[in-house]
Design a protein around this ligand. Structure first.
Ligand SMILES: [Zn+2]
Length: 317
């Protein structure tokens, strides 16, 4: 695949919004040999996507996310060990060490969320679930320790995710990233005051349950995301996703709700700042060297990036 696997830039929004969950790090982007996050942010800016939350899934991408947020005004960071990566760290005997690093990253400026964390019974088998549960609970505690939002990844694990949040105590700002439940599940989340973040999947033709959930979600608990490079909204399903594709999802949601796109954008922007704070609340800090940790080999932060590997579609959703 190449840059041509990306869809054209959509018509610009009148009222801007934020993409509260995306992956611009090199390990998160499949397909293209050269990926320029700056170009994708620029395209986002050109259509009204004012900023993004860049989400880490392991130590390398979490550090990358924190470093990017420190130098790029349109980016805030979320840091975590992904539920499908936790068993790997545990098997290598370094889950505790990894969680300690996440704790350290959580204290950095412009890191405003812990995520994505949660449970994934689709990709992690029975024998990895002990590590997954321990990691999830540790992430919840880190979010509460620093007063950060929590971004939940829940795949085929609805019951246990809810049980864990209720038993351990959810952070004040808890977000179901790429909400994948039906109206019944949405009701439980809503009763707890948790946020539902809808991705491009809400525009898929067969996503009737998801749109039912959208319909009953109070507007003040709505968020929107791309989860780029995956889950590209209709009518570009199958192409690579990018923050600049967010208007398609917002417009799909507004059409389904029978509401004005700009009014919905204004509401979601306000919700997003409620959860993560304002993008300009903390200034970016140059030079980035101040945040470079010598234990990691960082990819270049500007220009084209060489990709270390091509992840599979489900690996970060
Ligand atoms: Zn993700």
């Amino acid at each position: 695949m190449s840059e041509s696997s990306y869809a054209p830039v959509p018509q610009a929004l009148v009222v801007g919004i934020y993409d509260n969950h995306t992956h611009l790090d090199p390990s998160g982007v499949p397909g293209s040999e050269e990926f320029d996050y700056h170009d994708h942010l620029d395209k986002g800016s050109s259509v009204g996507v004012r900023g993004v939350v860049q989400v880490g899934t392991d130590l390398e991408s979490s550090l990358w996310s924190a470093e990017l947020a420190a130098i790029e005004p349109r980016v805030l960071a979320a840091v975590a060990i992904h539920p499908n990566d936790a068993p790997r760290y545990a098997a290598e005997g370094r889950l505790d060490e990894a969680l300690a690093t996440i704790d350290e990253l959580a204290s950095r400026p412009r890191v405003r969320a812990i995520g994505e964390t949660g449970l994934d019974y689709f990709r992690t088998a029975e024998d990895g679930r002990g590590a997954q549960h321990a990691s999830f609970e540790a992430h919840i505690e880190i979010a509460k320790k620093y007063g950060l939002a929590l971004q939940i990844h829940d795949r085929d694990a609805h019951h246990d995710v809810f049980e864990t949040l209720q038993r351990v105590g959810a952070p004040e700002k808890t977000v179901f990233h790429c909400f994948s439940g039906d109206a019944d599940l949405a009701r439980v989340a809503i009763q707890n005051g948790w946020y539902l973040s809808f991705s491009g999947t809400v525009t898929f033709k067969n996503a009737v349950d998801l749109r039912d959930a959208l319909e009953i979600t109070p507007r003040h608990l709505l968020l929107v995301e791309t989860d780029a490079p995956y889950l590209t909204p209709h009518p570009f399903r199958g192409r690579l996703n990018s923050p600049y594709m967010l208007p398609h999802t917002l417009r799909g949601m507004a059409a389904h709700l029978g509401t004005d796109v700009s009014m919905l954008a204004a509401q979601i922007t306000s919700n997003t700042e409620q959860v993560y704070g304002a993008w300009d609340a903390e200034p970016v800090t140059a030079p980035r060297d101040a945040y470079t940790d010598e234990t990691f080999e960082m990819p270049p932060m500007t220009g084209a990036i060489r990709l270390p590997q091509l992840p599979t579609e489900e690996s970060t959703t």
